[in-house]
Design a protein around this ligand. Structure first.
Ligand code: HEC
Length: 298
């Protein structure tokens, strides 16, 4: 019985091995080949208004993705994500994993083939569908089931073999349509200016934004933290590196008033570089940052 079953599955397996659907092969290889690609596209929740977004990808590891509400930039080292409504951004180290997560979002995952060597391996099933025209461009519909079970109906441009758009159902059952208006692969990397984050004036780092709510702090609120942890080495003429933290005026000289993120003192503490005995508790770090953001008041 087992043998019969095994025999019966052989042709099925063979069919998969011999005749895999190649509808996305050109897309994958063109994405691998390009040095950069600029995509202007609309994202449309069915029943809602279309939103225009721009995605620029550049080898080996840089990208910029902007929508009316968000900006996400990977500069090779750091992922910067700006919430435009709040004018608050976060910074996380850029690794293959964090990058895959950022570029794997539903609206743009098909273009993540540009960077992701695992792209083809992430697809469970690819099935060629009907030929049709979207925005006057001849495309072929291709049904894709990913290994994570999600299904997408992508539109492959007949002329270039590259995915131009897709429809899909989000986990919350909403229906979406994504469609590129412009899509330009290039054999040159994108220019620095195109990839720059260019954060708006007054944009605050998330931890600083969190550190600026609540009543304003005064020197008396943070003096104890410095006295307990810093002053033994940072006081008077013998202060290490000339950094004196023993009184208000001396401490104020070490910070950029109103901007904890730009203050060497706060950055060094956040990095855990000082005190040498090990990082301060987060609540104390936040308090120092808030004091600086509040205006480093006496
Ligand atoms: C046990 C002694 C010691 C303690 C405690 C200490 N520091 Fe330092 N600190 C040093 C030494 C030594 C250096 C010089 C390190 C170097 O040059 O790499 C230094 C350097 C610095 C610098 C200048 C760094 C630079 O690269 O310019 C700052 C700012 C600083 N410390 C802040 C602090 C703060 C804030 C605390 C308390 C949270 C603190 N330190 C606690 C010994 C100490």
């Amino acid at each position: 019985m087992k043998v019969l079953f095994a025999l019966a599955t052989i042709p099925l397996i063979a069919a998969f091995l011999i005749l895999p659907d190649s509808s996305l092969d050109k897309h994958t290889s063109e994405m691998k080949k390009a040095q950069s690609i600029a995509i202007v596209f609309t994202v449309n929740k069915i029943g809602g208004a279309p939103e225009e977004q721009v995605l620029t990808l550049s080898k080996p590891d840089r990208f910029r993705w902007e929508s009316p509400s968000r900006l996400v930039v990977g500069n090779g080292k750091t992922l910067i994500a700006l919430d435009k409504g709040k004018n608050v951004y976060t910074e996380t180290p850029q690794t293959p994993d964090t990058m895959r997560k950022a570029l794997g979002e539903d609206a743009i995952w098909a273009w993540s083939a540009f960077f992701d060597p695992e792209f083809a391996a992430s697809l469970a099933n690819v099935k060629k569908g009907a030929a049709r025209k979207v925005r006057n461009i001849a495309v072929t519909e291709v049904e894709v089931i990913r290994k994570d079970g999600r299904a997408f109906n992508v539109y492959v441009d007949d002329a270039t073999g590259i995915v131009r758009g897709q429809t899909f159902e989000a986990p919350d059952k909403s229906q979406w349509l994504v469609l590129a208006k412009e899509l330009k692969p290039s054999d040159k990397p994108a220019e620095d200016g195109v990839l720059a984050a260019k954060l708006p004036d007054g944009a605050k780092k998330a931890e600083d934004a969190a550190a600026s709510s609540g009543p304003k702090l005064a020197y008396a609120d943070i003096r104890g933290i410095l006295e307990r942890n810093c002053v033994s080495c940072h006081s008077g003429p013998g202060a290490k590196k000339g950094v004196d933290l023993a009184d208000y005026n001396a401490v104020k000289r070490q910070v950029t008033v109103g901007n904890a993120d730009a203050s060497r003192l706060v950055r060094i503490i956040r990095r855990g570089q000082m005190p040498p005995s090990g990082p301060l508790p987060k609540s104390e770090i936040d308090q120092l940052a808030k004091w600086v953001n509040d205006g480093a008041n006496p």
